[in-house]
Design a protein. Structure first.
Lengths: 724, 327
C-alpha cells in the first residue's frame, strides 16, 4: 500500500487546467460545426403572434433560423427533465427568456448578431413572478418522485400547544442562481440516427437517457461527452431545453451545431434556487428538549412543473424530536423552472438553525448545549441506529478550536474599534446520494494504468481521488495512472449531484483496480520468466509499481514487465453496491458588524465534519473553503431580482448578481475532520461531503450577527440596509 | 454584438478627425465598459477609433496642481506618488474601484464616461429612457435599490457609477477635451448633466470630442482628503453610497471643505449647502449631523433605496469625524 488515500494529494488535473490544456465541452473540436444562438422571449406570459426571420436570414453567414413553425415534434421526457414542456413546440410563453427561435450561422458572431435581427411579436399578459404577487394561496404539490411534500410524525400541533417554551420565526430567502463560471454549452453531432453530444453535463448517462427519450432513439445510439466541468452546482445536472433545441436543429440541418448560453440566458434557462418563505415553530421543555417542530415552507414554482427542491430535510432528520410536521408548499408563478442548487437543504435549514438559536436565547442556554441535548443516534424516520455518527465529537473539536467557551452570554457585549463582534454557530447536515456505478482498469504493456468510469469532474477533485484509490489498490505511483471520465462510452456511472460522486464510484474503482492487480499478480506467478514464478499469489505485495514476494523482497517483478511479457493489456472491471447516507458537521463563525454603517464581515470560521474517511485532506478542505464562501454569499449578498411588472431578471450578470470575491472569504478558516471511516460505507469508509459545509453557514452568520448586535434578521440576504 | 470597423489613431488630432467624419463612431481605450455595452446590445457603434497609441498617458505635477492624461490607467494614477501624497482622495477612490485587472486597463477618460449599472439600462429587453428615449423608466416603480435619491427625474433615477468622478468633483477638477471645434476646458461640475427629460445626454461633451486630460488644482483641502465607499461586497463592486471629503482644518475649525457623493445621485453630487453648514465652524458631531440633514433635504427616496438617505448621512459623519480626528 502506498497509502495515498487520505493524504493531501495535489490535484492530478491541476496542471492541464491552469495551462488551458484541459478541453472543456465547448472546446472539443467538432469539424464542420455551425454555431447556434437562441432568441428568447422578452415577455413572461402570453404567446408569440408573429416571428419575422427575414432580416436574420439575410445576414451574412446565417444558415437557418428555426422557430416553432420549423421544429420537429418532440417528446417531453420524464424526470430528470424538470421543465415540463419543450419550448418552440407551440406559441405559448411561460416565462421570460424562453427560447422562441434558434439562429444558426457559420460563426458565433454572425449567430449573435443575426439573433438580434429576429423580430418577434407577442401577445403579452401581466405576469406574476414573486411570491408576494401569487394569484392565490400556496398549495401542497403532489409527491415528487414518491417523496411527499407533507410529512407528519407524532402530533406536532398538540405538542407545540403543550410545550413549556415556544419559538416562532418567519424567514425568507431570495431567488438564487448557480452561476458556474463555465456557461452551459452543447454541441450536437448526428450520424444518421446516432447522436453525439459534447455537453456541460453533471451526469453524462442521465443526459444520454433523457435526450434519447426526446428523440425516441434507442439509448445506445447516444453518446454524451463531458471530460471537464467548469462548475455545475446542480445547474448542469438536469438536461435543459437549449440542448434539445440545438440537437433538433442539428438534425434538421444535418450539420453539427455548437451552442453556448450567454451569461444572461443562464438566468432563465438552466434552473435556480426558488424564492422561499418559511414559517417555523419549535416547542421545547425548559431543559431544552425539543418536543415539537412545525415547518411550513413556500417555494416559488413555475406554471409548468411542481418539483420542490428546498427540502426541509433537517427538520425531519437532524434532531431527536417525536412530533414533527413538515409542509412544503408552492405557488405557481410565471417564472422559469427551478431546480436543485448546491445544497438544496440550505434554504430550509436556515430557519431551523435560526429558530434553535432563538430557542437557546429564550432558554438562556448555550446553543451548542441545546443541540447536544437534542442529539440523536437514531434515524428519526426509520428508527434505525446510525452505524457511525460523530456529530458530538464535531461539536467538541470545533468549539474548542474556536474558543467558544470564551463567548459572552449577552448580545452586543463585545466591541472592537468601530465594530461589534459576534459569534454564532449552526449544525450542518446533508443527505448524500449514491448512484449505481462501474469502472474498468487496464494495465498496458507499457505499465501504464488506465482507469475508465463515466463519472464527472464536478470540481471536488474526482480525477485526483479516483487516481489515489487506484494507486493504493494496485500499489502503483500516481503518475502512471490516467483516468478517463465524463463519456458514456466508458463504464456506466451515476450523476455527480447530491454529493454522490465519491459515494458512487469509490467502491467500483477500488474493486476494478484490485481485480486488475490480482490479474497481473496471477500472470506473474504463473510465468516461468518471472522472478515470482511459483510464489503463492497471496504472498505477493505491490508497491511503487513493483510486485514483491512478501517473505523475500529480493524476488520482485513489475507491472510493466509482467504485462509486457504477456504481450497484451490486462483489463478488469468493478461494480457493486452504493449506499446513500448523511454527513454531519458544525460551523462556528465570527462576524464583525460596523456599529454605525451596518456592514458585516465574516472574520473567522472553524468547522468540524464527520464525513467518514477523509479521502483527500486537501480537496476536502477545498470543499469547506468553497462551501463557507458559498454560504457567505447566500447569507450576505446573492439574490436574483425580478421586475415585478415585466417578469424580467434585472441583474442577469456577474456585475450585478453579486457572488463573494476573495476579499469576502474569511481571513481565517480552520477545517477539522473527525476522519473515522464509516463501517457502513460502500466507498472505502468515505461519505458524500461536497454540499455539507454550506448548510449551516447562513444560519451561523445570522446567529453571529444577533450575538454581535442584538438584531435578528430572518430575511436573506442580510444586506447592510437591514442592519442600519 | 453588431459588426463594426476599427481604426487606430496616431495622434489626438487624427482621432478627432476620424471621429468627426464617421457618425456613430466611438473612441476605445481600455474597453472595459464599452465592449460589455456593445456585446450586450446596449450601445452600437459602426466604427471604433482606438486611442491607445496617443501620447496622453502622462501624469505630471506642477505648482498649480496635477495634470493627468486622459489615457492614464487607473492603476498608474492610483500608484502615482504625488497623487498618493497630496491628493489621497483620488488614489483611494481609484483603488476602491473595480478589480486590479480592470484598473490595469481602464483609463481616466473611459472611467469618466462609463455608463450606469442600472439593470434596466443594461437589459435590452427592458424599457429605459436613457437607452431608448421615451420608452419609460421601470426603475421608478421597480427595482431601485441601487438608484438615486438626489438629482433624479420622472425620466431617470440611474446613478452615475464612477468613484473617480466623485473624487474629482470634491477636488474641483476640470476635464480637458479636444474636438472638431478645438480644445476646451470643462469644470467637472459642468461636465455631468442631470437627466431631466433627456437622460440619454449624460455629459456636456460635444460630438467627436476626446478627453485629453484631467486637471486637478492644488488646494489647501486636497491633502487632508479621503474616500469612503460602502458596497454590498468587499471589493469589485459599485458604491451603494460613497463620500469624498477634502478638509482644511485648524484644530477643529473648518477653514474650508469640499464634499462629493456617489451612489445616491444621478451624477457625482457636490453639496454646497452641506459644505456651507460646516465651513467656518467647528467640526463637531452636531455640525456634521446638521450637514448630513441638509444634504438629504431634497432627497426623493423610493421603496428600494430609502435606506440610502440614512446611510449617506452616517457615512458622511463617519468620514468627517474620522478625518477630523474626532473619533
Amino acid at each position: 500500500m502506498t497509502g495515498l488515500v487520505g493524504r493531501p494529494v495535489a490535484r492530478v488535473d491541476g496542471r492541464v487546467k491552469v495551462t488551458g490544456a484541459a478541453r472543456y465541452p465547448a472546446d472539443d473540436p467538432v469539424p464542420g460545426a455551425l454555431h447556434g444562438f437562441l432568441v428568447t422571449s422578452e415577455v413572461a406570459k402570453g404567446e408569440v403572434t408573429d416571428i419575422d426571420t427575414s432580416a436574420a436570414l439575410a445576414h451574412p453567414g446565417v444558415v437557418a433560423v428555426l422557430t416553432h413553425r420549423d421544429m420537429p415534434r418532440l417528446t417531453v421526457p420524464p424526470f430528470p427533465y424538470l421543465k415540463g414542456f419543450i419550448p418552440m413546440q407551440d406559441t405559448a410563453i411561460h416565462h421570460v427568456g424562453q427560447p422562441v427561435a434558434i439562429v444558426v450561422a457559420n460563426t458565433v458572431e454572425q449567430a449573435h448578431e443575426a439573433a438580434a435581427l429576429v423580430a418577434v411579436r407577442y401577445r403579452a399578459e401581466r405576469p406574476r413572478v414573486v411570491i408576494d404577487d401569487a394569484a392565490g394561496p400556496p398549495h401542497l404539490p403532489p409527491p415528487f418522485r414518491n417523496r411527499p411534500n407533507e410529512i407528519k410524525r407524532g402530533d406536532a400541533a398538540a405538542a407545540l400547544a403543550r410545550a413549556e417554551v415556544r419559538v416562532e420565526a418567519r424567514c425568507s430567502s431570495a431567488t438564487r442562481h448557480h452561476n458556474p463560471i463555465e456557461p452551459h454549452a452543447t454541441t450536437a453531432q448526428w450520424d444518421g440516427d446516432r447522436l453525439t453530444l459534447h455537453e456541460t453535463a453533471q451526469g453524462v448517462n442521465l443526459t444520454k437517457g433523457t435526450i434519447a427519450a426526446v428523440f425516441a432513439l434507442p439509448v445506445e445510439n447516444v453518446r454524451v461527452v463531458a471530460p471537464y466541468l467548469g462548475g455545475g452546482f446542480g445547474a448542469k445536472g438536469p438536461l435543459w431545453s437549449h440542448t434539445i433545441i440545438n440537437a433538433a436543429a442539428a438534425r434538421v440541418l444535418r450539420r453539427p451545431i455548437r451552442l453556448v448560453l450567454s451569461r444572461a440566458q443562464m438566468y432563465t434557462m438552466a434552473g435556480h434556487r426558488s424564492e422561499f418563505r418559511q414559517h417555523i415553530r419549535l416547542g421545547a421543555t425548559r431543559a431544552g428538549k425539543l418536543t415539537a417542530i412545525l415547518d411550513t415552507t413556500t417555494a416559488q414554482l413555475s406554471n409548468t412543473d411542481e418539483a420542490i427542491f428546498n427540502a426541509s430535510e433537517s427538520a425531519r432528520l437532524l434532531y431527536d424530536c417525536p412530533n414533527v410536521h413538515v409542509r412544503q408548499e408552492g405557488v405557481r408563478l410565471d417564472v422559469a423552472t427551478s431546480s436543485y442548487m448546491r445544497s438544496p437543504e440550505t434554504t430550509a435549514h436556515f430557519g431551523l438553525e435560526t429558530a434553535l438559536d432563538e430557542l437557546s436565547w429564550a432558554l438562556d442556554m448555550d446553543p451548542v448545549e441545546l443541540r447536544r441535548r437534542n442529539h440523536t443516534e437514531f434515524n428519526q424516520e426509520t428508527g434505525q441506529r446510525f452505524g457511525s455518527k460523530h456529530l458530538l465529537k464535531c461539536y467538541d473539536m470545533a468549539s474548542q478550536a474556536f474558543g467558544w467557551s470564551q463567548r459572552k452570554r449577552k448580545p452586543g457585549a463585545t466591541k472592537d474599534g468601530d465594530e461589534y463582534v459576534g459569534w454564532g454557530m449552526a449544525t450542518e447536515m446533508h443527505t448524500f446520494g449514491a448512484m449505481p456505478s462501474n469502472a474498468s482498469v487496464t494495465v498496458g504493456v507499457d505499465g501504464k494504468v488506465v482507469l475508465r468510469t463515466a463519472t464527472q469532474d464536478i470540481g471536488t477533485g474526482t480525477y485526483t481521488i479516483i487516481s489515489q484509490i487506484v494507486a493504493d489498490a494496485m500499489g502503483v505511483p500516481l503518475d502512471v495512472i490516467q483516468a478517463h471520465i465524463g463519456d458514456t462510452a466508458l463504464p456506466v456511472a451515476g450523476l455527480s449531484a447530491a454529493s454522490a460522486t465519491i459515494a458512487s464510484v469509490s467502491g467500483p474503482v477500488d474493486r476494478a483496480a484490485r481485480a486488475a492487480r490480482d490479474a497481473v499478480v496471477g500472470l506473474a506467478v504463473a510465468d516461468e520468466r518471472s522472478p515470482l514464478f511459483g510464489v503463492p499469489a497471496d504472498e505477493v505485495e505491490t508497491r511503487h509499481g513493483h510486485l514483491i514476494h512478501s517473505r523475500n523482497h529480493q524476488r520482485r517483478d513489475s507491472y510493466r514487465a509482467v504485462v509486457s511479457r504477456a504481450g497484451e493489456p490486462v483489463e478488469a472491471t468493478g461494480s457493486g453496491p452504493n449506499l446513500p447516507g448523511l454527513s454531519y458537521g458544525v460551523v462556528f463563525v465570527e462576524v464583525r458588524v460596523h456599529a454605525r454603517l451596518g456592514s458585516v464581515r465574516v472574520t473567522r470560521v472553524v468547522t468540524a465534519h464527520d464525513i467518514g474517511r477523509v479521502m483527500n485532506r486537501r480537496t476536502a478542505r477545498g470543499q469547506v473553503i468553497g462551501g463557507v464562501t458559498w454560504g457567505i454569499g447566500h447569507a450576505l449578498m446573492e439574490h436574483t431580482v425580478y421586475d415585478r411588472n415585466s417578469g424580467r431578471v434585472v441583474n442577469p450578470n456577474l456585475s450585478t448578481y453579486l457572488v463573494p470575491v476573495c476579499a469576502d472569504a474569511p481571513p481565517a478558516l480552520e477545517a477539522l475532520f473527525v476522519d473515522e471511516p464509516d463501517p457502513g460505507s460502500t466507498a472505502l469508509g468515505a461519505r458524500g461531503f461536497g454540499e455539507t459545509p454550506i448548510t449551516g453557514v447562513p444560519a451561523a452568520i445570522g446567529n453571529a450577527i444577533y450575538h454581535a448586535t442584538g438584531r435578528r434578521v430572518r430575511d436573506l440576504p442580510i444586506t447592510q440596509d437591514k442592519l442600519l | 454584438m453588431r459588426s463594426f470597423s476599427y481604426a487606430s489613431a496616431r495622434d489626438s488630432a487624427e482621432a478627432v478627425r476620424l471621429a468627426g467624419r464617421t457618425p456613430g463612431a466611438a473612441f476605445i481605450a481600455g474597453g472595459t465598459d464599452l465592449l460589455n455595452l456593445m456585446k450586450d446590445g446596449v450601445q452600437h457603434h459602426q466604427h471604433l477609433i482606438d486611442v491607445n497609441k496617443l501620447d496622453l498617458a502622462r501624469v505630471t505635477e506642477s505648482a498649480s496642481g496635477l495634470r493627468i492624461g486622459g489615457l492614464a490607467r487607473m492603476r498608474q494614477v492610483a500608484e502615482h506618488h504625488a497623487v498618493r501624497a497630496r491628493f489621497p482622495v483620488l488614489a483611494e477612490a481609484l483603488l476602491a474601484s473595480a478589480s486590479p485587472q480592470v484598473r490595469n486597463m481602464a483609463t481616466m477618460g473611459g472611467n469618466l464616461l462609463q455608463r450606469t449599472r442600472c439593470g434596466y439600462f443594461r437589459d435590452t429587453g427592458s424599457a429605459c429612457n436613457k437607452r431608448v428615449p421615451g420608452s419609460g423608466c421601470p426603475a421608478l416603480q421597480g427595482w431601485n435599490r441601487g438608484h438615486a435619491v438626489l438629482g433624479g427625474s420622472e425620466s431617470c433615477i440611474a446613478t452615475h457609477p464612477s468613484d473617480l468622478a466623485v473624487a474629482l468633483t470634491a477636488l474641483d477638477a476640470a476635464v480637458h477635451v479636444l474636438g472638431p471645434g478645438g480644445a476646451r476646458r470643462i469644470p467637472v461640475g459642468e461636465f455631468y448633466r442631470l437627466p431631466g427629460d433627456t437622460p440619454q445626454v449624460e455629459t456636456s461633451l460635444r460630438p467627436a470630442e476626446l478627453i485629453t486630460a484631467v486637471e486637478v488644482p492644488r488646494h489647501p483641502t486636497a491633502r487632508r482628503s479621503r474616500y469612503l465607499k460602502l458596497r454590498d461586497r468587499a471589493t469589485f463592486e459599485f458604491a451603494v453610497v460613497s463620500v469624498a471629503a477634502a478638509l482644511d482644518l485648524r484644530g477643529h475649525f473648518v477653514r474650508d471643505i469640499r464634499l462629493a457623493f456617489g451612489g445616491i445621485a444621478t451624477k457625482p453630487w457636490r453639496s454646497a449647502e452641506a459644505e456651507a453648514e460646516l465651513r467656518g465652524k467647528n467640526l463637531t458631531v452636531a455640525t456634521v449631523e446638521q450637514a448630513g440633514r441638509v444634504l438629504v433635504r431634497e432627497a426623493v427616496p423610493r421603496q428600494g433605496n430609502e435606506f440610502k438617505v440614512e446611510l449617506v448621512q452616517r457615512a458622511l459623519a463617519e468620514l468627517l469625524l474620522d478625518l477630523g480626528g474626532l473619533r
